[in-house]
Structures are given as structure tokens and as C-alpha cells.
Write a protein that binds this ligand. Structure first.
Ligand code: SF4
Length: 392
């Protein structure tokens, strides 16, 4: 069995950004208690897994500490977290260990400590290198602070990633070009670009309903997405997943585990893990998280064994985001000839330049990536209609 990945959620931020729907809170006083309960959860889950022999490997080759704002964690807590995981698992010598950082909450003095603890990848939430855009997004940092954080991190880490957001109201491609050019000038090996989403329940969504902001048109957003892809591919980045671009050798190994449906353990409020075909989600509420663990219970909102149909659906969706539908793999894993069922759809997708079809693999083009959800739905509908039986 291949090594598994570990995700740790740290749900604290100095201030909530108005577009963000990730689970995080701003009461930083809770951090020490949270770390204690997090360590309890790691112990509890790892002991249970060991007792139930649910994992056939004791190797871990990726750890991702995300949030929230994990760079608010004091390195001594990170040391405890890694040491607790290390008690139960063999963290491989080449493990990718990522920490997410926020330029407004990264104390550059901690970078050498993080590196000494084995963290070897830093993912920085830059979002834009233009101050006006950062103000719109209500980020707490300026463009120059973002640059300073990247330069400070570079002294200790060569595997650096940044997040950028595009599709802000009234944004022009010239503005996007400025942020991308700055990223290139900083020689970053990995860049994630996300479209601004007006998520229900966020203050930005309320602003949208109140007519205070106007989203850019869909065609414009699609156009920007394709221009971003062209821009970065021309400069040596692989567009290897819908939102992710990497120089050779710098794909995010942890996220690849999700896109290939590999086993991942998850710890922390609101985190989602998948082990041996069962998915669990922890409660998205720190008080409830404490209460569950205080009683010695796993802090789960739900835990479910996926049916064969659900696994197949998920594999289709995640494969399209990343390496494409490898029909021979599907036949071997599920005993289903998807190629025979989807041949008409494949023809249409290839003819419209939404996908390529080579070596029995349907792979989306950047144009296809942009409407990946729509394509997935269409393919899944066809599978539903075909009423595939005997899925393994
Ligand atoms: S810093 Fe990140 S996680 Fe925190 S509120 Fe802003 S976008 Fe969300």
C-alpha cells in the first residue's frame, strides 16, 4: 500500500476576509486549547486505526498544515504535532511537509524554526500583488509585505507556492498580468490561481445581493482563465490541475493524493479524511470539537462508507480535474467499460477542443478545465442513463 497523507486544519485567522467560506474563527485566545485537543484527536484516531488495522501502511509521505492561518502557530506547537504523528507513523525521509502562511501573520523569524522541524514547502496566501485588489479582498497585508514574506521564506525553502485570485469586479487582464509578472519575477515554482467565488453566507455574497458589487461577466472570467493558463504555460509552468501551475518537479504531492483518491488522514475542526473507502468529516465548530474530544469521542460530524457507485462518481470527477479519465484504470478498478458508454460524449468534447483523447485517456484542455463541473455532470448523467451494473 502506498504511503498516506495527513491534513491538519488550523481554524484561526486574525480577521475574516469577506469572501472566505473556510471554517475559521478570530478568537486567537483559543489557540493553546485547540492545540491540546488537536493532539488528543491525533492520539485517539491513530490508536483506533492501529487497533482496527484499518491502514495497511505505517508510512506518511505528505503532511499539509492548512487553515485558517497556520503561520499563527508557534513552532513549538508544530513540533508537538509532528512528534505526535511520528509516534504512530513513519514519516518518510522525502515527505513533503507544507505549511500555509499569510503575509500578514508570518513572522519571518519563525522560518528557520519551521525548516528545522522538517517543513519543506511553504504556501503563501498572496491573492494579488496590487494594493487596490488586496483592499477589495480585505486582506490584512500589502503587496510589499507579500513580497517581503516570499523573500524571507526563500532563504529557507525552495519549494514555495502562492495563491492568486482572479475575476475581481472591474479587474482587467492588465492587472492580472501585473500580479503574474511579479510572481514570475520572484521565480516561484508553484502558483495556484482561483476565480473569486461569491460563496453563500459570506459578507461578499451579501454585498452581491445588496447590489454593492457586480461580478465580472462569465465570458470575461473564462477569457481571463485561459489567458492566465497561456501566460504561465509560455513561461515554463505545467497547468497540471484546474487551478494549479507548477514548474517541473514542484507539483503539490499532498493535493495529488486528493485528486487520485488516495488515503488521507485529517485532524482538526472541519477537516475531511478518507481511509479505506470511508470518509469522515469533523465538526466545523471549535466548541463542539473540544466537547467531543473532552469526552474521548472522535469529533465527527459524519463518517460514511462510500458505495461502489459513489467511488466511481468521485473518481470520474477528480480524474477530470487532474490526469484525465484513464479508461483502462477504470476497467481494472471498477470492472466497467466507461469508454464504450461515453464514446459519443468523448467525440463531442474532443471536436470542441474541451479535451484530448490519447492512449485511451480523456484529458481536459484548459478550455475544458474551465467548465470541468459541467463536463463532469454531463458524463455522469450519461453513466446514470446507462444504468451500469456490477460495479466492483
Ligand atoms: S486569511 Fe485565509 S482562511 Fe483566513 S479568512 Fe482570509 S482567506 Fe479565509
Amino acid at each position: 500500500m502506498p504511503p498516506i497523507g495527513v491534513y491538519i486544519h488550523f481554524p484561526f485567522c486574525k480577521r475574516k476576509c469577506h469572501y472566505c467560506d473556510f471554517y475559521s474563527i478570530t478568537n486567537l485566545k483559543e489557540i493553546p486549547d485547540y492545540i491540546n485537543y488537536l493532539l488528543k484527536e491525533i492520539e485517539l484516531r491513530c490508536q483506533t486505526l492501529a487497533e482496527q488495522s484499518k491502514i495497511e501502511t505505517n508510512k506518511i509521505d505528505t503532511i499539509f498544515i492548512g487553515g485558517g492561518t497556520p503561520s499563527l502557530i508557534n513552532p513549538r506547537y508544530i513540533e508537538k504535532i509532528i512528534a505526535t504523528i511520528d509516534k504512530y507513523f513513519d514519516i518518510t525521509s522525502n515527505a513533503e511537509i507544507t505549511l500555509e502562511c499569510n503575509p500578514a501573520a508570518s513572522d519571518a523569524k519563525h522560518f528557520p524554526d519551521y525548516a528545522a522541524l522538517g517543513i519543506n514547502r511553504i504556501s503563501i496566501g498572496v491573492q494579488s500583488f496590487l494594493d487596490d485588489e488586496l483592499r477589495f479582498l480585505q486582506r490584512l497585508h500589502s503587496a510589499s509585505e507579500a513580497i517581503a514574506t516570499i523573500e524571507a521564506a526563500r532563504k529557507y525553502f525552495n519549494n514555495l507556492s502562492i495563491d492568486l485570485i482572479f475575476g475581481l469586479p472591474e479587474q482587467t487582464f492588465d492587472n492580472i498580468n501585473k500580479s503574474l509578472s511579479q510572481a514570475i519575477a520572484l521565480d516561484l515554482p508553484h502558483i495556484s490561481c482561483y476565480a473569486l467565488i461569491y460563496e453563500e453566507g459570506t459578507p461578499l455574497f451579501e454585498d452581491l445581493l445588496a447590489g454593492k458589487v457586480s461580478p465580472i461577466a462569465d465570458e470575461e472570467s473564462a477569457d481571463y482563465y485561459l489567458q492566465i493558463s497561456d501566460f504561465l504555460r509560455l513561461r515554463g509552468y505545467e497547468h497540471y490541475e484546474i487551478s494549479n501551475f507548477a514548474r517541473s518537479g514542484f507539483r503539490c504531492r499532498h493535493n495529488i493524493k486528493y485528486w487520485t483518491c488516495s488515503d488521507t488522514l485529517a485532524f482538526g475542526a472541519s477537516s475531511v479524511g478518507m481511509i479505506a473507502g470511508s470518509r469522515y468529516k469533523n465538526v466545523s465548530n471549535v466548541a463542539k470539537y473540544f466537547a467531543f474530544l473532552g469526552k474521548g469521542l472522535r469529533p465527527e460530524e459524519y463518517s460514511e462508507k462510500l458505495s461502489s457507485e459513489e467511488r466511481l462518481t468521485e473518481r470520474v470527477y477528480l480524474s477530470l480535474r487532474y490526469l484525465g479519465l484513464k479508461f483502462e484504470d477504470f476497467a481494472a478498478e471498477f470492472g466497467v467499460d466507461l469508454l464504450a458508454i461515453l464514446c459519443n460524449e468523448i467525440e463531442v468534447l474532443v471536436a470542441s477542443d474541451f479535451a484530448t483523447f490519447e492512449n485511451k485517456t480523456l484529458k481536459l484542455t484548459p478550455k475544458g478545465y474551465y467548465i470541468c463541473d459541467e463536463i463532469t455532470l454531463r458524463l455522469l448523467k450519461k453513466l446514470e442513463k446507462a444504468n451500469v451494473q456490477n460495479i466492483r
